[in-house]
Design a protein. Sequence first.
Lengths: 116, 112
Amino acid sequence: EAGVVQSPRYKIIEKKQPVAFWCNPISGHNTLYWYLQNLGQGPELLIRYENEEAVDDSQLPKDRFSAERLKGVDSTLKIQPAELGDSAVYLCASSLGAAGPTGELFFGEGSRLTVL
Amino acid sequence: SQKIEQNSEALNIQEGKTATLTCNYTNYSPAYLQWYRQDPGRGPVFLLLIRENEKEKRKERLKVTFDTTLKQSLFHITASQPADSATYLCALPTDSWGKFQFGAGTQVVVTP
């Protein structure tokens, strides 16, 4: 079974440019997460979806970040305009959520963003 | 505010020895705690979950303990191997619906 798929793996842009990341979760996983991870730090939650509904976006900088999960499957995270401080790894994860026995998160490989 | 602390310094150990990592938390009363492994350039991978009513959990060479009084979990890698070299993260649920907060992780380096 395929795991969580993210693209692109790497992206280099100049500041003020837009960027978008795509995530395809594991089939049947209703819960989808976007995390941000800085070097030497643990993942920090940006937004969590239950199906197509964003149930927790309190840590998403809404002035420049946006996300969507159309039809409750794939998700896109967008940054516009990007700032130097946005350089980080953006991780997508999916899970069975509260319905799962362990709440285990399945992570993708991440999208590494470098803003110049 | 809720806080999770893991050893920030890398743990360097010799092959065959036991590595012990700590995860301390404050202002939480988690029903369970998770441990993940993260290799460089990869996403975290789930290893173990331990519930509040479990004192100890084992999986192959891994052992996790959970002391809700001390607000601490210990993660042990016994008979360590160079392939165990990675960063290990603990994660706690912050609600009942699948929201998790992660520690910063501890890097383990196992030398032959």
